[in-house]
Write a protein that binds this ligand. Structure first.
Ligand code: DGL
Length: 361
């Protein structure tokens, strides 16, 4: 004869199951929200215009970090957010001293156990440069995410709030750990080394042409599809903790009819390195080559880059780099090659060692 459970025993079993489920729920601690610090530096994301349709001709760097945070209450759903106003500048005014101050603050914060990630709000004009500088000198695997906006905070459909929300959730994510310094703009995740601003004003200005962005942010989640193969953050040989200045490195631009005047002026002013952003594959005009040779003879480190923006700058291609003792920029654009050369010169004056660095970072 089979035993039929009574109504009472079924109710007892159901009650026990509810108890077990409740106890399990009580034991499982709620997922802790990450602690993300927002370091504000200014830019359009902090900008204001005279009207809601003012998308050019506005004033950058007027809104403080607490107001930026207050404008996006949804941030509290994805992280515990705190804010610091490190600078309040339009980013065309960013300089080496700003970079050293920012990098040192980032490294101090990331060494704290109560900081899980950092977001840096920044003007878009030099955002790619600050991002790459930090990519080379941040000494942590914790996420560091730069974010800006193409429209001021007062504009119709301002992109700053959603860009800031995406940047904070990315900085709070496990997926972003160990990926190097990232940029979150226009729902996309991009790597500091290869991202560049490709348009003066449109929302999709930030691209990683040819080498490709890393992924997307969608539905409050990051989705990575690739990551950089170049060394960054804790895997670099650069340390700015004891630095109070960076070596002077300047950029000369190649174009039809170019002469050596700008190059000679930079060298006379004490440049320790020159990035030559040449036409095509970094070609050197006959009118400029003697001045480059003279600069090298004075100990100035010369890096051949290209004004083109994409592609590999081939060693011994358009110039006899071995014979001239020049370095080539690989795929770095001129403004990023300048950053790597400045940091390289804090470690060595050897052109061979510096060429290794351009093939490593
Ligand atoms: N002055 C520019 C800057 O601060 C405005 C551009 C922007 O932030 O989007 O970079």
């Amino acid at each position: 004869m089979t035993h039929q459970p009574t109504r009472r025993s079924m109710m007892a079993l159901f009650g026990f199951m509810l108890f077990v489920a409740g106890a399990a729920q009580a034991e499982a601690p709620p997922a802790r929200l990450a602690n993300v610090t927002i370091l504000a530096t200014g830019g359009t994301i902090a900008g204001t215009g005279a009207t809601s349709t003012t998308t050019v001709g506005y004033t950058a760097a007027t809104v403080g970090v607490q107001a930026l945070i207050k404008a996006v209450p949804e941030l509290a759903k994805v992280a515990h957010v705190s804010g610091e106003q490190v600078f309040q500048i339009a980013s065309e005014n960013m300089d080496n001293e700003h970079w050293l101050t920012l990098a040192k603050r980032v490294n101090v914060l990331l060494a704290q156990s109560n900081v899980d990630g950092i977001v840096i709000t920044h003007g878009t004009d030099t955002l790619e440069e600050t991002a790459y500088f930090l990519d080379l000198v941040v000494k942590s695997r914790k996420p560091v995410v730069l974010v800006g906006a193409m429209r001021p905070s007062t504009a119709l459909s301002a992109d700053g709030p959603i860009n800031l929300y995406n940047a904070v959730l990315l900085a709070a994510s496990q997926e972003a750990v160990g990926k190097g310094v990232l940029v979150a703009m226009n729902d996309q995740i991009q790597a500091a080394r290869d991202i560049t601003k490709t348009n003066t004003s449109t929302l999709d200005a930030f691209r990683t042409p040819e080498l490709g962005m890393l992924g997307y942010i969608q539905g409050s989640r990051p989705f990575f599809y690739r990551q950089s193969t170049r060394k960054h953050t804790i895997d670099t040989e650069f340390d700015v903790s004891a630095l109070t200045a960076l070596p002077q490195v300047d950029i000369v631009y190649g174009y039809a009819n170019v002469g050596p005047v700008a190059l000679d002026a930079f060298v006379a002013a004490g440049a320790k390195g020159i990035i030559h952003a040449g036409v095509g594959d970094g070609s050197l005009a006959d009118k400029v080559l003697p001045a480059l040779k003279a600069a090298r003879a004075k100990g100035v480190l010369i890096v051949r880059a290209s004004r083109v923006g994409q592609g590999i700058l081939a060693r011994n291609g358009e110039a006899k780099d071995d014979e001239l003792d020049f370095v080539v920029a690989d795929t770095l654009n001129a403004q990023k090659a300048r950053i790597l050369l400045m940091l390289a010169l804090t470690r060595t004056g050897s052109s061979k060692e510096i060429q290794r660095m351009f093939y490593t970072y």
